[in-house]
Design a protein around this ligand. Structure first.
Ligand code: BDP
Length: 605
């Protein structure tokens, strides 16, 4: 069980949540002297940057953008006098990749892992009705004992540099909202929900965790504000007559209100929007509310100009509008859990999410996509540090599932992206991760991981763990691109035939396929990198998707162009976007729109 509640901060009669977003004091710690110089009590200088945001793209100096090490943040927080006697927390949406939190010079929390929330309990440290100083030391170095994996090198000039084993820029900092939270002493800590549909009715099985012993009451309200069900007790069932189900692109959200009561007094009240729906895999079908669904959409990134990976409501809104326009119904939160507002919006818009833990780079290469496509095998899980990595992975998994389990949009967990799977040592590692996901999820949602090019029917030792087999495939790009695309097609068919021959009787989805395309390039006849080639590549790929009944989803790589580490493989970032980084369509968007608007939801079902 996690130490602190993962529930999203909300106001109610008993709860307070104050946003700490805004300009914070900021300092890079070039000489790693922050602690010895007493920065925990206050930062030097006057520099300020916005929270939430990645720090890297504001500045004009390259050594700042590429900085690896400690970065310090500070702001004053005023704690109202009437909060005395309550539990007071500072809640971080995330801190990439690790953080230590100080209030009035006292260490109140530390957290490892850059994409999930954590809290600092500051109840006994703060002065009430007064200003208090909040200082956060964040560190953005990469290693192989935390996810995502990479390494940190020291250059000849003494500067450190992050070398990711993954293909996205190592954006860092306080990239999500920070809240000051006040809760009553006895509060709702967690809730588990599971659904059963029974003809026109539904049953919601629930379990509530609180920090005390007082009784719990639940009520459920429909979108018209009418009460739909009620129940008492920490564990039980809400019976919903004539339930409106949460459907793909046709969301219906109920409001669940949980109360802790002491006779007539309400000690705590927490409410959350929920959707009634079931998810299940049966044979090659992915079933939502017992009906087959075909996934159409994207692998995405949290990535945009200027703020980097910083959570950005405007960009999020635009992304959902584009996904609706193109006829998509699903996306994968590649390669890390996204900010909580994204899931709330997907709940509201009826999008399906494959929620991915930041287990990427578990394959020792700067360019997995290149090396794996040559069939190269690289051991990864045999390291002395593997147990530490596994511990970090399991912790992030728990934080993600506890945070996201009640979103109707979340229909599947992705437990790793493109790991090394050809050595025996991968097997026990996978077993732990897959078993843990099953035991943590009250809804027992399907689990998957994205297979890299060298994880093939004959070489991959880990696909049997997956409830849904998810392939990242680049035939016609990393494998035999351009004029050789016909041969790539043959290779692709050969691989799919080999999967078919295994008769796994499970759904397959494509979690990646795509071709880098420069929005400036038009070529007749096509060449690689031109918009014409991106279309040709997709036509070939779509024909293959349509030829196998067990393929039940296509999530193209990527929704938009995104920033990566500089290098000979990337022209100002990864250009496989269907949209540019500024969220304008490439030509291929219209081809996808024609296909996706036509494909029925129950395609092949
Ligand atoms: C895969 C990765 C993804 C990369 C993509 C690519 O999962 O992160 O961005 O291929 O090469 O290796 O574009």
């Amino acid at each position: 069980m996690l130490e602190h509640s993962m529930l999203y901060p909300r106001m109610s009669a008993s709860r307070r949540a104050v946003s700490l977003d805004g300009m914070w004091k900021f300092c890079l710690d070039w000489g790693s002297e922050g602690e010895s110089a007493g920065w925990v009590d206050g930062l030097p200088g006057t520099e300020r940057i916005p929270v939430p945001a990645s720090f890297q793209d504001f500045y004009t100096r390259k050594d700042v953008r590429e900085y690896a090490g400690d970065l310090w943040y500070q702001r004053e927080i005023f704690i109202p006098g009437e909060w005395e006697g309550k539990k007071v927390f500072v809640r971080f949406g995330s801190a990439a990749h690790r953080a230590q939190v100080y209030v009035n010079g006292v260490k109140v929390a530390e957290h490892e892992g850059g994409f999930l929330p954590f809290c600092a309990d500051v109840t006994d440290v703060v002065r009430y009705n007064a200003e208090n100083r909040l200082v956060v030391k964040v560190n953005n170095e990469l290693n192989v004992t935390n996810i995502p994996c990479g390494t940190t090198v020291t250059l000849a000039n003494g500067r450190k540099m992050a070398k990711p084993y993954f293909d996205f820029f190592n954006y860092a900092g306080l990239q999500r909202s920070v809240h000051l939270v006040a809760l009553p002493l006895e509060y709702v800590f967690d809730l588990d929900l599971n659904y059963e549909i029974d003809g026109p009715d539904a049953r919601i099985f629930y379990r509530i965790a609180t920090t005390g012993e007082h009784p719990v009451q639940l009520s459920l309200w429909d979108e018209e504000g009418k009460q739909a069900a009620a129940a008492e007790g920490k564990e039980g069932v809400l019976e919903v007559e004539g339930a409106r189900l949460w459907q793909v692109r046709d969301a219906y959200l109920y409001r669940l209100v949980v109360r802790i009561v002491d006779e007539a007094e309400v000690l705590d009240e927490y409410e959350q929007e929920i959707g009634i729906r079931t998810v299940e895999v049966r044979g090659t079908d992915i079933l939502l509310n017992q009906k087959p669904v075909y996934l159409k959409g994207f692998g995405k990134h949290e990535d945009s100009d200027v703020v980097g990976r910083g959570s950005n409501m405007g960009v999020m809104k635009r992304d959902f509008e584009l996904m609706k326009w193109i006829g998509a119904n699903a996306f994968r939160t590649s390669h890390y859990p996204y900010s909580e507002e994204v899931y709330q919006m997907a709940d509201r818009e009826g999008f399906l999410i494959i929620d991915e833990v930041p287990a990427v780079g578990l394959f020792e290469s700067m360019m997995n996509f290149m090396e794996a496509s040559t069939g190269k095998k690289t051991a990864f899980f045999e390291k002395e540090t593997t147990p530490d990595l596994l511990a970090a992975h399991l912790r992030a998994l728990e934080e993600m599932i506890v945070r996201d389990k009640n979103h109707p949009s979340v229909i599947m967990w992705s437990l790793l992206n493109e790991p090394e799977t050809t050595s025996e040592a991968a097997v026990p590692y996978f077993k732990e991760v897959f078993d843990r996901a099953r035991s943590l999820d009250p809804q027992k949602r399907p689990r998957t991981f994205a297979l890299v090019m060298n994880s093939l029917p004959g070489t991959c030792k880990c696909y049997p763990f997956s409830d849904v087999i998810a392939l990242n495939r680049y035939y016609g790009w990393y494998v035999k691109g351009g004029y050789e695309i016909g041969d790539a097609r043959e290779d692709f068919l050969r691989e799919m035939d080999a999967w078919k021959a295994l008769e796994l009787n499970r759904p397959f989805i494509f979690t990646e396929y795509g071709a880098d395309t420069l929005v400036t390039e038009h070529r007749l006849p096509s060449v690689m990198w031109s918009q014409e080639y991106q279309k040709e590549y997709l036509q070939m790929t779509h024909e293959i998707f349509d030829s196998y009944d067990f393929i039940r989803g296509e999530l193209i790589w990527n929704f938009a162009d995104f920033q990566t580490t500089e290098g000979i493989m990337r022209v100002g970032g990864n250009k496989k976007g269907v949209f540019t980084r500024q969220r304008q369509p490439k030509d291929v968007a219209y081809l996808l729109l024609e296909r996706w608007r036509e494909l029925p939801l129950k395609y092949k079902g």
